[in-house]
Design a protein around this ligand. Structure first.
Ligand SMILES: [Zn+2]
Length: 129
């Protein structure tokens, strides 16, 4: 059971929403710069629609220039889907508390620091989270 209290959960929720808005703005800028204005408009439509997954829509279109942003957006949407569950704040690998300080720094974190370190060792060079 996660040890996050109500206020902490609300703060994580707020930072997830804020980071998501920043990412969508970055993605739209990047799409516009790279001549994908059409997709930038699409991202705007999906955002305005509310609950739909912007990340899924962009992944489907497989635009390489924004893959890192889309990857982070996917993690944020995943965290947003979990934030109201009892499991939120627990490591997906070992079930330990991720810790509020780590969640403040990286609200989309799905693993404790130990599991994350192990996970990154198994990823190709340059990958994150
Ligand atoms: Zn863990």
């Amino acid at each position: 059971m996660s040890k996050l209290n109500k206020v902490q959960r609300l703060e994580i929720k707020a930072s997830l929403a804020q980071r998501k808005a920043e990412l969508i703005a970055e993605i739209r800028d990047e799409l516009a710069r790279s001549g994908h204005e059409h997709f930038a408009d699409l991202a705007g439509e999906v955002t305005d629609a509310g609950d739909s997954s912007v990340a899924d829509m962009l992944v489907d279109r497989n635009i390489a220039t924004i893959s890192a942003e889309v990857e982070e957006l996917t993690q944020i949407e995943h965290a947003q889907a979990r934030v109201d569950t009892a499991e939120f704040g627990e490591c997906e690998e070992c079930g330990a508390d991720i810790g509020y300080a780590r969640l403040q720094a990286r609200p989309q974190a799905a693993r404790c620091i130990q599991c994350q370190t192990l996970h990154e060792k198994n990823l190709p060079h340059g990958a994150s989270l």
